[in-house]
Each structure stands twice: as C-alpha cells, then as structure tokens.
Design a protein around this ligand. Structure first.
Ligand SMILES: Nc1ncnc2c1ncn2[C@@H]1O[C@H](COP(=O)(O)OP(=O)(O)OP(=O)(O)O)[C@@H](O)[C@H]1O
Length: 258
C-alpha cells in the first residue's frame, strides 16, 4: 500500500488528552495535504507523532511500513520535517546548516555534500544567503533555509509545520510551488497551514483537526463550507467561487450560536 496512513493516534500531555484516537485518510504520493484547525487543536503534535518525534498511541504506516519499527537512521532518510521555527541562536551559516541536515548519519564526501546543499539553496532562490549566519537572517529567510534542510535528503514524506507563516507573497508562492513539484514527483506532502485561502488554492486535500479528531476531510470545496467553519472555528464564513474555479473563504465575523 503506497502512501501514509495514520490510525488511532493518541497523545496525552500529563493528564490532558490532545489527540484521542485520530485517524487520517490514506495520504497518497502526489498529493499535497493541508492540516488545518484552531490553535491548540494538536496539529503540530500530530506532525511530530507521524515523524516519531512524539510518544503516541496508534500506528503510522509509510508505504505499509510501521514507522515505529523503522531504524532512526532510515527514518531520517524517509522523512523531511520542517519545524515551526528554526533556533535563531545557531552559530552555523545557512549552507553549513543544510550540509549538516544532509550528512546527519550519512557518509558523504565533503565536496559532494557542499554541491548538493548549494544546489538546494539555489533552487529555492536563496543561494545568496549561503554564507550568512542563521542568527543574522530574517524570520522569512530562516524559514526558507529550514525548507532547504527538510528537502535536501530528497525524502519520501515531507512534513511541514506552518511553512509559510513568515513568508512574503512571492516566497509563499515559491515554497508552495516547490511543494507541488515535489508531490508531482511522487512525494507525500503534509503541511499545517492556518491560511485557508492558501489551503484552498494549493491543497489537494484538507484535513480539519478539532476536538482531538479528524473533524472533516476531503477536497477544499468539501471541507471549506460555512457549516464546517462555524463548527470548527466558530466564525461566520462565506465561500465564493472566483475566476479559475478556485474557492475563496471570506470571514464575516464570529459565529453566533443559535
Ligand atoms: N510539550 C508539551 N507539553 C505540554 N503540553 C503541550 C506540549 N506541546 C503541546 N502541548 C499542548 O498541546 C496542545 C496542542 O498543541 P499543538 O502545538 O499540537 O497545537 P496546534 O494545533 O499546532 O496549535 P497552533 O495552531 O496554535 O500552533 C496545546 O494545548 C498545547 O498547549
């Protein structure tokens, strides 16, 4: 079975249950899936559980393999993980940080690693930042370097936590186009996004996380409905079709229950 299947995912922090037996549909290679939902719904927790960075109940299968039983070194090759933010205190320059991500646990010649890391920075349009210390980069520049770190090993599964939160409009498009391209080459791409306009435009599938479960999932037009947005976010929303058949979500205010 090709794809990512997460079933019965449960996470507790102390006495508090954050994910309560959450199931994801089978996420297929070639698809970009967006995880959305309110603050504190557990989206980052879910990404970490999938990446096996967070103790959890339930099972995560990648192409039929239970990731909990895949050695860490092999997992690092299979999964690219882009966290919500990179530490700003690192003493590395951007290129070194991408080389470090590439070489973790691998034996790779220095020249080969340099060239591969530089190629990724160039592809993302940030080659000019190669020798800048991470600590001197802007939030958006750091986010693009973080993407470079996540994709440099050419992972089968790419997990990204709010990858566009610090990016300007042009870089949002660059990052999301890159995700589309990677998916088109057969990767499985899963990104947490708060921006539902971006989700509507770029996702093949949206999964709405709420109350510790998958509240709804499907194509953007199936999930971004006024009813579901009222239930999950408590907002009054209108959904309009714009040119090119895309949908747009307009928020009119908070939802008055009744
Ligand atoms: N290490 C931790 N220890 C204790 N509680 C935690 C920890 N990490 C997350 N939580 C709690 O788990 C809940 C879910 O957090 P998580 O970061 O997964 O949510 P999220 O959906 O990604 O939120 P946001 O949209 O605000 O980024 C929150 O209530 C948070 O306070």
């Amino acid at each position: 079975m090709q794809g990512l299947l997460a079933q019965g995912i449960s996470v507790r922090y102390g006495a508090r249950s954050v994910l309560a037996g959450l199931d994801l549909p089978l996420l297929r290679p070639g698809e970009v899936t967006v995880l959305a939902g309110p603050n504190a719904a557990g989206k980052s927790t879910l990404l970490r559980a999938i990446a096996q960075l967070q103790p959890h109940g339930g099972q995560v299968l990648l192409d039929g393999q239970d990731l909990a039983h895949v050695p860490m070194r092999d997992r690092a090759r299979l999964i690219g993980f882009m966290p919500q933010s990179l530490p700003s205190s690192s003493s590395l320059v951007a290129l070194e940080s991408v080389i470090a991500a590439l070489r973790a646990g691998e034996t790779l010649g220095a020249r080969q690693a340099d060239a591969a890391a530089m190629a990724v920075l160039d592809k993302l349009g940030i080659g000019a930042l190669a020798l800048e210390p991470l600590s001197a980069l802007s939030g958006g520049q750091r986010q693009m370097v973080s993407l470079a770190q996540a994709i440099v090993r050419d992972p089968r599964l790419l997990l990204l936590d709010e990858p566009t939160s610090a990016l300007d409009l042009a870089r949002q498009v660059r990052l999301l186009s890159e995700l589309r391209r990677l998916a088109g080459e057969g990767r499985i791409v899963v990104a947490v996004l708060h921006d539902l306009a971006l989700a509507a435009q770029w996702a093949d599938r949206i999964v709405l996380i709420h109350g510790g479960h998958t509240h709804a999932e499907g194509a953007p037009e199936q999930v971004l409905t006024p009813q579901l947005l009222a239930q999950v976010y408590g907002v009054e929303a209108r959904v309009e079709r714009c040119s090119r058949g895309r949908i747009m979500v307009l928020i009119d205010g908070e939802h008055a229950p009744g």
